[in-house]
Design a protein around this ligand. Structure first.
Ligand code: ASN
Length: 329
């Protein structure tokens, strides 16, 4: 039995063409894909695919929460209309890891697996990695893929909620630096969302800590109606706890209802905020530690939970739960 795959095209280098200003997104990718498939007979032998383009195609640098919500709606609607064994999303690489994380949460419970892929060089170039990635991701469906969101790149299938773009020009651009997922523990209560839940756009901030960060700079970042923020802490979750004004800024934001989650700036390892007083104080100020989550995963989870209407009070519980394999180590 042939598998049936929904291919969703959002843009990215994979389908770009050269313009006066440099590579730019292009709409004519479906035809190029049908032609290129002639060199990959195993694809046609194993599966059929249907095409869905999110218009206009974009450089993924322009990706927004609205795009994520539209992508989810289009995928869910297409699968409701016609049964598919899986979805392949073609995406620019610059924000592919963010989209993979956001979709991992937004599409929780979707019966079909979703695989994101893209390319470092356009499909029209002789040395392109486009076809290996695209047809490789489709052929991955010959095996039984686990439900959820995956990234297929440079011959590897990676978990969507823990992947990061580590290289700006090598083909082997995507990696998972926390390879183990913590156990997906049985939940004591019903998860507040799945792929059918209405999710709204949310005002979020990402704030790296750095030596010399002034309290007023952080205050400005956390003002203006920001609903949630990812605070990029040092090492195991420390920060400038000796700066009373800066700690007040954090406390005041939390008191206003801003959900502040802390991740580590280290690309590998886990947070242990109790290890140092400088971490404990951040925790006491209301910063929720994120274990071994990537920035992409923390941002995607914050977006989905807040966008689904989870209250600031309930956030601490859901933040600790490993909902989509986002808690790595
Ligand atoms: N700027 C491109 C994008 O993210 C990079 C790529 O796809 N390789 O859309």
């Amino acid at each position: 039995m042939k598998k049936r795959i929904l291919v969703v095209y959002t843009g990215g280098t994979i389908g770009m063409v050269m313009t006066d200003a440099g590579y730019a997104p292009d709409s004519g990718f479906e035809r190029k894909m049908r032609e290129a498939q002639n060199d990959w007979p195993e694809v046609g032998a194993a599966l059929d695919w249907s095409w869905l383009a999110v218009e206009p195609p974009i450089d993924s640098a322009d990706m927004t929460q609205r795009h994520w919500l539209e992508m989810r709606d289009r995928i869910v609607a297409a699968l409701a209309q016609e049964a598919h064994d899986g979805v392949v999303v073609l995406h620019g690489t610059d924000t592919l890891a963010y989209t993979a994380s956001a979709l991992a949460f937004l599409l929780r419970g979707l019966p079909a697996p979703v695989v994101l892929t893209g390319a470092m060089r356009p499909a029209g170039q002789p040395d392109t990695d486009a076809w290996g990635n695209l047809f490789g991701s489709m052929l991955a469906y010959r095996e039984a893929l686990s439900p959820g969101v995956h990234v297929y790149f440079h011959g590897r299938l990676l978990p969507g909620a823990r992947v990061t773009k580590l290289h700006s020009d090598l083909d082997d651009a995507f990696h998972v630096l926390r390879p183990e997922s913590l156990p997906l523990q049985p939940l004591r209560q019903q998860i507040p969302f799945d792929y059918r839940t209405r999710v709204q756009e949310v005002k979020l901030a990402v704030a790296p800590l750095y030596p010399g960060l002034r309290a007023e700079v952080l205050r400005a970042l956390l003002s203006g109606g920001v609903q949630g923020a990812v605070l990029e802490c040092y090492g195991t979750g420390t920060g400038p706890a000796g700066d009373a004004t800066l700690m007040d800024v954090l406390r005041q934001a939390v008191a206003r209802g801003v959900v502040i989650v802390g991740i580590s700036q280290c690309p590998a390892g886990r947070m242990a905020p109790g290890q140092y007083a400088a971490g404990s104080l951040l925790r006491q100020a209301g910063v929720l530690p994120s274990g071994g989550m990537t920035r992409e995963a923390a941002l995607g989870k914050l977006f989905c939970l807040l966008g689904a209407g989870v209250s600031a009070a309930d956030m601490a519980f859901w933040w600790e739960c490993n909902l989509c394999g986002e808690h790595g180590q």
